[in-house]
Write a protein that binds this ligand. Structure first.
Ligand SMILES: C[S@@+](CC[C@H](N)C(=O)[O-])C[C@H]1O[C@@H](n2cnc3c(N)ncnc32)[C@H](O)[C@@H]1O
Length: 236
């Protein structure tokens, strides 16, 4: 498996990842996803770039059969350790997902692989793999960093106008508070780019909303929210 720059960061963070404020809105996010994706107990859901499994765990508690995949061995171990019944996990590279028409729905949230790719075309590989994993008519919810917001407000990051990738050097702390300096690269998107990417993957976009962690909803796209949330459906 080809490595990914996020893996050493996940190794350092371990369960301290779940202390970051952007992870605290899981219940609200899953409430919204259940309704918007039309999820009902017993359905099979794929969580791409699942991290320590916060969405997968919450979806499984609501009766769904969730499979989470992540490239970080450390995060997959944490996800397995805390898993309720109905949630399973495996270490997989989202750039090469092996699933074919197996899932009723998929989620890829908070830069869960999509948006963490620095090589041209890799986000497209992630999206194509998600589309392939869905049964025809199955929906995906995908969040992506808002390019307008990044340019307007991310003073500490360098935004590369040629690629739409924002680069930031920051400090992350492990479970006992030890700091490490790390580089973060975030692929940023406009709603138009998200529509084009979905179309190329064979996904029909149903909605794109302006959101932030813990506040998923139906607000139309603006320049003022950190993320866009796309709901798209695999063409039948
Ligand atoms: C910011 S975290 C988001 C985790 C989770 N979705 C959440 O909302 O908390 C990004 C995740 O994407 C994973 N990731 C990055 N590149 C990946 C790849 N190529 N394949 C699978 N997972 C990947 C990282 O290991 C990390 O767990």
């Amino acid at each position: 498996m080809t490595g990914h720059w996020f893996e050493p960061i996940a190794d350092h963070l371990g369960s301290a990842y779940l202390r970051y404020s952007f992870t605290k809105g899981t219940v609200q996010e899953v409430d919204w996803l259940m309704g918007r994706l039309g999820l009902v107990g017993g359905q099979r859901i794929l969580d791409v770039g699942c991290g320590p499994g916060r969405h997968a765990h919450e979806l499984a508690r609501r009766g769904l059969l969730v499979h989470g995949v992540d490239i970080s061995r450390r995060f997959v171990e944490l996800a397995i350790a805390g898993a309720p019944s109905g949630a399973t996990f495996s270490r997989l590279d989202a750039r090469a997902l092996p699933f074919v028409a197996e899932f009723d729905a998929a989620v890829c949230l908070c830069q869960g692989a999509f948006g963490l790719m620095t090589a041209t075309g890799e986000d497209a590989d992630v999206l194509a793999g998600i589309a392939r994993a869905l049964r025809p008519g199955g929906r995906v919810a995908l969040s992506a960093f808002n390019a307008y917001f990044a340019v307007k407000y991310h003073d500490q990051a360098d935004f590369d106008a040629a690629t739409g990738v924002s680069h930031e050097r920051t400090e992350v702390r492990d479970e006992v508070g030890r700091p490490a300096e790390v580089d973060l690269w975030t692929g940023c998107y406009t709603p138009r780019e998200l529509r084009l990417a979905c179309a190329a993957a064979g996904l029909d976009v149903e909605s794109i909303s302006s959101v932030e962690p813990g506040r998923y909803g139906d607000d139309p796209p603006t320049t003022e929210s950190p993320e866009f949330l796309v709901v798209a459906r695999r063409a039948g």
